[in-house]
Write a protein that binds this ligand. Structure first.
Ligand SMILES: Cc1cc2nc3c(=O)[nH]c(=O)nc-3n(C[C@H](O)[C@H](O)[C@H](O)COP(=O)(O)O)c2cc1C
Length: 188
């Protein structure tokens, strides 16, 4: 697969078939994460593979959080709510759930750089997965303090994303992108 095709065609999937990701494939996908750029090559990330017990606790927390917040929003369409409720039952039945965290940052520079490099690692992971017909969803729920505690994130560490990965049951249509010309600002 051409890199540009993977970049453009990669989609977020939120429902997965019941097919395990072979261990060597998962390993190669995570390894792609380690090839992300980082300041002085400091590689400030950790990949936390979430087992059944932790997943169960996380699922309960996530469902409670969504029910108490986003799903209470009267402006959210019923269809969207249904989709979210289906997903939160068990992360769309994704066979792999992982958290990608940035290591504890002490200096101002590290506080700035560590999460950025870690986000780059996540993008690598999603692209490497896509090349293997595996898709994922990047969840923001890792910013929740209870989730951080469950995932045993040390002080000054941060969860950049919780990622559900698997072979997609369904690939959603691409959402429109703003033309790049509207995203460019030129300075003299
Ligand atoms: C930092 C970040 C946080 C995200 N958080 C969530 C999330 O909490 N729940 C979710 O369903 N999707 C989440 N997404 C996925 C986006 O909704 C998705 O990337 C976007 O709609 C564009 O769709 P595409 O990835 O298929 O191009 C997140 C993506 C990023 C980069």
């Amino acid at each position: 697969m051409e890199l540009i095709d993977a970049i453009i065609q990669r989609r977020t999937a939120r429902s997965f078939i019941s097919k395990e990701i072979p261990e060597d494939v998962l390993y190669s996908i995570l390894e792609a994460g380690t090839w992300a750029p980082s300041h002085s090559n400091n590689q400030p990330w950790e990949f936390i593979l979430i087992g059944a017990e932790t997943r169960n606790r996380l699922r309960e927390m996530y469902a409670a959080y969504m029910e108490a917040g986003p799903l209470k929003n009267p402006e959210l369409e019923q269809e969207r709510k249904q989709g979210i409720r289906l997903f939160i039952q068990n992360f769309g039945n994704a066979p792999v759930l992982l958290a990608v965290s940035s290591l504890p940052a002490q200096t101002e520079l590290d506080k700035y750089d560590f999460p950025l490099a870690t986000a780059a690692a996540i993008q690598n992971i999603l692209l490497a997965a896509w090349e293997q017909q595996i898709a994922g969803v990047w969840l923001s729920f890792g910013m929740n303090p209870q989730a951080e505690q469950l995932l045993q994130i040390p002080e000054h560490g941060k969860v950049a994303g919780i990622i559900a990965l698997g072979y997609p049951e369904f690939i959603p249509q691409a959402q429109e992108r703003t033309p790049v010309a509207e995203k460019i600002r030129r300075l003299p």
